[in-house]
Each structure stands twice: as C-alpha cells, then as structure tokens.
Design a protein. Structure first.
Length: 123
C-alpha cells in the first residue's frame, strides 16, 4: 500500500463528519511556490440545516497533498475537541509546510522552505 504522503493527489470527500460537525476539504494547487498544494477546510455547525452557510476554518499548504489535507483536518479536530483556537496561531507554524517554527525562523516560514523559495527565485 503506498504511503499517502508520497502521493501527489489527496482524495477530497464531498462531505465528511467529525463529532456532530460536517466539513469538507478543498484541495488545490498553490501557484506561489512550485509543486505545493493547499487544503482549505469549511464546516457547518452541528444541527445546521442545508440553508446555513459554510464557515471557513483554515488553510494549510504543503508539498504533498495528503500532508496539507491531514494538517488542516488535525487542526480542525483539535479545535472541535476544545484543544486549540479556531485558527491555530499561524506564527507558530511555517506558512508553506506547517512545520513548527523556532525563534530563529522569520517571515512565517521555516529554514528549509525559505531556502527553497530563495533557490526558486534565483531560477
């Protein structure tokens, strides 16, 4: 069985459920950096009928679609369980890969992504 982190495409379910929440994850290519994917999670509160609008939760970017989807779903499930705020502190994780940032990391990105971005800009 292939490792989900090694696949380029991640399945996007039309509708998922966790606890009493309904949610969906939209996976798309990110044009800011080559070969990166964004996963955006939208949810409905428990008991919401079909007429209530979907609420935006968060977006995560990664090089692998399965990782982007997995990190945004994990953040959502933690929020539902009451362990994290609705939008996790973006300053604590890399805006590209979601890795935990250290005090030395600037501009909201980890050292590896910063170097990759610099190499990309140099051509």
């Amino acid at each position: 069985m292939p490792d989900p982190d090694e696949t380029v495409e991640a399945p996007t379910a039309a509708l998922c459920a966790y606890r009493d929440y309904r949610y969906t994850v939209v996976v798309s290519m990110n044009g800011l950096m080559p070969a990166t994917v964004e996963a955006e999670l939208w949810y409905q509160i428990p008991g919401a009928g079909g007429r209530r609008p979907w609420q935006y939760f968060a977006r995560r970017t990664a090089i692998v679609a399965g990782k982007a989807r997995g990190t945004v779903e994990a953040a959502f499930k933690s929020w539902v369980d009451g362990q994290a705020p609705a939008e996790p502190q973006l300053t604590e994780s890399c805006r590209w890969c979601g890795a935990t940032l250290t005090r030395d990391d600037a501009e909201g990105q980890c050292e590896a992504c910063r170097h990759a971005h610099e190499r990309y800009r140099q051509g």
